[in-house]
Design a protein around this ligand. Structure first.
Ligand code: ADP
Length: 324
């Protein structure tokens, strides 16, 4: 019922909707409407109540990641049609892996806080309460498991496209990070459950720093947030744009069209034509990035002029002077 009240208030936009109308529409008493409205105010919705006129929204609730706010006017068929919201979770990726076989494709788990947020290879992803968008999407593509790493590139491309559409100057650090001014604003972690010839599901984790004002000493030099870079965007607007862009590119990919993803990865790359270090276990090699090939792998040239193909997922990349 709370969700229906939210929807009615969102639908009426800046117009008042009376307690009586709401009570008729929803089939509940006016006191029940009033109780729901009060609970919504406590959740953070800014709702004005005026005698004889009713209720209306003062500010758009675009920073509250409540599923109803995200569903409202969402332009997708699959991604984000089923959203599960938590205040606190160990890891949104781990949650979706537990329920993976029982939820529909496109289901999203989103949490205000992660207590065990993860990066690749067991690294930690800092996900403090309310600071960011900590979410995971489940996908069930009918493709061979060895092709799954490409989904990381689709995610990177869609996040970068979404941010640029919202006015943010963001780039991709192949294969899985999105950066602004040479610092990481978003990380992507793709995990796979598969048999030899078929995928059960892919869990795509996206962690984006939105409102963080500070990072601890270990992250200071390499992490940033949208707010720190001067982009005061709302989380709901970002989430909806990512869902929309991701679905477009994902559907194209399933139709065997990888070109747009590859072009975005090239056009918005933070490392192409630059010298970088490739780090694998304890080895560190200085190379020049040349291209992202049709498989989505990185082509680099080493100091003796040899061209090598780097497979996504097996290395970390660092710039000559800093993070990029
Ligand atoms: P890499 O940066 O080497 O590609 P990952 O993609 O696995 O590594 O990301 C994990 C790393 O990201 C962590 O080891 C940490 O340095 C950094 N990190 C952790 N939390 C955040 C965050 N909220 N924002 C930016 N960077 C973070």
């Amino acid at each position: 019922m709370r969700d229906k009240v939210i929807k009615a208030i969102l639908d009426s936009g800046k117009e008042f909707v009376s307690g009586e109308e709401l009570s008729k529409e929803l089939g509940i008493s006016r006191t029940a409407v009033w109780k729901h409205i009060n609970a919504l105010k406590e959740e953070g919705y800014s709702i004005e109540s005026v005698n004889k006129k009713g209720y209306r929204l003062l500010d758009s609730p675009n920073d509250l990641l409540n599923p109803q706010n995200i569903y409202h006017n969402l332009q997708t068929d699959i991604i984000g049609q089923n959203i599960i919201h938590f205040n606190k979770l160990e890891s949104t990726n781990d949650y979706l892996k537990q329920v993976g076989n029982d939820v529909v494709e496109g289901t999203v788990a989103i949490s205000e806080e992660q207590t065990k947020g993860k990066g690749r290879l067991g690294r930690v992803w800092e996900s403090k309460v309310g600071d960011g968008i900590w979410m995971s999407i489940i996908l069930k593509p009918d493709i061979m498991p060895y092709k799954a790493p490409f989904i990381t590139l689709i995610a990177g491309a869609s996040v970068v496209k979404a941010l640029n559409n919202l006015g943010v100057n963001a780039q991709i650090k192949w294969p899985n990070d999105v950066i602004i001014n040479d610092k990481k604003v978003c990380g992507i972690l793709t995990e796979l459950s598969a048999e030899i010839e078929r995928i059960n599901y892919v869990v795509l984790g996206i962690g984006m720093n939105v409102k963080n004002e500070d990072f601890d000493s270990k992250l200071k030099n390499k992490a940033t947030s949208l707010h720190k870079e001067g982009y005061k965007l709302h989380r709901v607007d970002i989430v909806k744009e990512i869902f929309y862009q991701f679905e477009l590119l994902y559907k194209k990919y399933l139709d065997n069209d990888k070109e747009e993803v590859l072009n975005i990865c090239r056009d918005y790359s933070a490392i192409l034509n630059k010298e970088i270090y490739i780090i694998r276990n304890d080895e560190k090699e200085l190379v020049k990035c040349i291209d992202v090939n049709e498989e989505g792998n990185l082509l680099v040239k080493n100091s003796s002029g040899q061209v090598k193909e780097i497979i996504s997922g097996e290395v970390s990349i660092r710039g000559v002077k800093g993070y990029v």
